[in-house]
Design a binder for this molecule. Structure first.
Ligand SMILES: [Zn+2]
Length: 321
């Protein structure tokens, strides 16, 4: 594994023609984009936000590839840390086809509604800082990928399966060459800062508004059923030991759903859910052998703790509707 600095962001090359490019979204080493090279053809899987596009184009050039070489731009789902930059990236890549989940395609062709929804949650100022204007992707450049569909990139095959649970518009992509899955957010979050002698630490992401614990656990089970060697997580990078991590993921989903159940009728459930998640994570990190200061652990996870708590509340609301 080779680490190179490209201007001031990191690109890591894994064996088998897979590069992870730090999109810079959120903080450094939080949100990955992948560039896959297969003979003369290239694909991007996950594209970050609009602000990530220059990093992807710079990496393409640094690898001696032309914009015309990019055959596919793939997003696992249409949350904007994964897909926000897809329109601006597609404008730079004349031959690329955009591959998207059936439930995500319309949002990318007509992003006004998606943008309005995110603005309503975060407010205009935060939205403009994080995401910027979403650029529509023409339907004739878009290919909808159904469960079981495949495409080829050079001599490798990408296979797509529907993986609801984090979002209903989420698929995962299997790479035949490395026997790995591009998991988006279905296989949770695993930040490299928490790696110890015990390996990688993993936790589920239950972001609003479509978290569904039963579906998520089923999807995790489907991903590991074919005994993959690697998982390429968007947050962040490649992990092995997939059977151990799948077990941890499923435990984590049960814990988070259980926290929701515990406080569902509590008047101050918002902060109680959030603090229960934080407390559980701190204990789990210590159990994993993480020696970072508590403040640093919270700093790295605060954004996810808040989003997870919000997503669990959405799930509780949905059940009582
Ligand atoms: Zn994400």
């Amino acid at each position: 594994m080779k680490m190179t600095r490209n201007d001031d962001f990191s690109v890591t090359e894994y064996p088998g023609g897979v590069l992870v490019i730090d999109s810079g979204f959120g903080r450094e080493h939080m949100t990955a984009c992948y560039m896959v090279e297969a003979e003369t053809e290239v694909a991007f899987v996950e594209v970050g936000a609009n602000s990530s596009t220059p990093r992807l184009m710079a990496t393409l050039a640094q690898r001696g590839r032309a914009p015309e070489d990019v055959k596919y731009v793939i997003v696992t789902h249409v949350h904007l840390d994964h897909a926000g930059g897809a329109g601006s990236l597609m404008r730079e890549l004349p031959n690329a086809t955009f591959l998207v989940h059936p439930r995500g395609a319309r949002h990318m062709a007509e992003p006004a509604k998606l943008e309005a929804g995110v603005r309503a949650v975060y407010g205009d100022q935060v939205y403009d800082e994080l995401y910027g204007k979403l650029i529509p992707i023409a339907e004739e450049r878009t290919q909808i990928m159904q469960e079981g569909d495949e495409v080829s990139l050079g001599s490798r095959t990408f296979s797509f399966i529907d993986t609801p649970g984090h979002a209903k518009h989420h698929f995962c992509v299997h790479d035949s060459q490395t026997n790995g899955w591009f998991t988006g957010d279905t296989f949770g979050l695993s930040y490299r800062e928490f790696d110890t002698q015990n390996g990688a630490f993993i936790l589920p992401t239950t972001t609003p508004v479509q978290f569904d614990p039963v579906a998520l656990k089923e999807s995790v089970g489907r991903l590991v059923a074919n005994e993959p060697d690697w998982m390429y997580l968007t947050h962040y990078g490649r992990v092995g030991e997939v059977q151990r991590l799948a077990k941890k993921m499923i435990e984590g989903v049960d814990v988070f759903a259980g926290i929701g159940e515990q406080f569902k009728n509590d008047d101050s459930r918002t902060w109680k859910i959030e603090s229960a998640i934080r407390d559980w994570l701190l204990v789990a990190l210590r159990g994993h052998g993480v020696t970072l200061a508590e403040d640093r652990c919270i700093e790295l996870l605060q954004n996810d703790i808040t989003l997870n708590a919000q997503g669990i509340e959405c799930w509780l609301d949905y059940q009582t509707r």
